[in-house]
Design a protein around this ligand. Structure first.
Ligand SMILES: Cc1cc2nc3c(=O)[nH]c(=O)nc-3n(C[C@H](O)[C@H](O)[C@H](O)COP(=O)(O)O)c2cc1C
Length: 193
């Protein structure tokens, strides 16, 4: 039962990375010591080549009916890997009150492929924890989370939690993120017996 943790910042030791690490710790706690790491997979979207949606043809390309993206880059492999996971943590730094560009590019293309499948979406009812990490003024966390929330709704996934974090709340929000990830995996394990 794999939990995919997406982060989307160029900084390996910043707030986004700390949030992603806290989520990974939570998954590992829920996995049990013997399985530590076995059920968590971390992906930094900034390490991949996932370009922006090209709005092919009249606005819809193969995403509309084929549920695949015709712009070839690292997206195809990541799309398949994403569908294979049971749950997700999406952590984005807040840029201008929005998701980072790498998070936006990936989620935009995934949405086009999956939202048009409606209840057949590969993300249907799968739980997602969204984290908006605002390390600057602290402004824009809510607008960033609002767009993450809409994305979760469009792909028919389930909002397990939406967590805003800023520099001042960092310490206790890392605890919250760890607990949320632990609870999410425990719930999944409980549901699957
Ligand atoms: C282009 C850009 C826009 C930003 N916009 C905001 C913002 O709207 N609100 C905020 O609190 N911080 C903003 N920041 C600061 C980032 O949220 C902050 O650096 C965050 O901690 C990045 O996470 P990191 O440390 O993991 O890279 C911005 C940073 C950049 C580079």
């Amino acid at each position: 039962m794999k939990v995919l943790i997406f982060s989307s910042s160029p900084n390996d030791d910043g707030l986004t990375a700390a949030c992603a690490s806290a989520a990974a710790e939570g998954v590992k706690i829920a996995s049990g010591v013997k399985m530590a790491g076995g059920e968590v997979e971390a992906v930094n979207l900034n390490d991949l080549k996932v370009g922006m949606c090209q709005a092919c043809e009249n606005g819809w390309g193969t995403c509309l009916e084929g549920h695949t993206c015709q712009t070839e880059d690292d997206f195809q492999e990541l799309h398949a890997r994403t569908l294979g996971a049971a749950a997700y943590v999406l952590v984005s730094p807040v840029y201008w009150g929005e998701m980072s560009e790498s998070a936006k590019a990936f989620t935009d293309r995934l949405r086009r492929c999956e939202a048009t499948r409606n209840e057949e979406s590969g993300l249907y009812r799968k739980p997602v924890i969204a984290v908006a990490a605002a390390g600057g003024s602290g402004g824009g966390m809510i607008t960033c989370l609002a767009s993450m929330e809409r994305w979760i709704e469009h792909v028919r996934a389930r909002k397990f939690d939406l967590i805003p974090v800023n520099r001042w709340s960092r310490e206790y929000k890392l605890v919250t993120i760890r607990a949320a990830a632990e609870a999410m995996l425990k719930e999944l394990k409980g549901a699957s017996g």
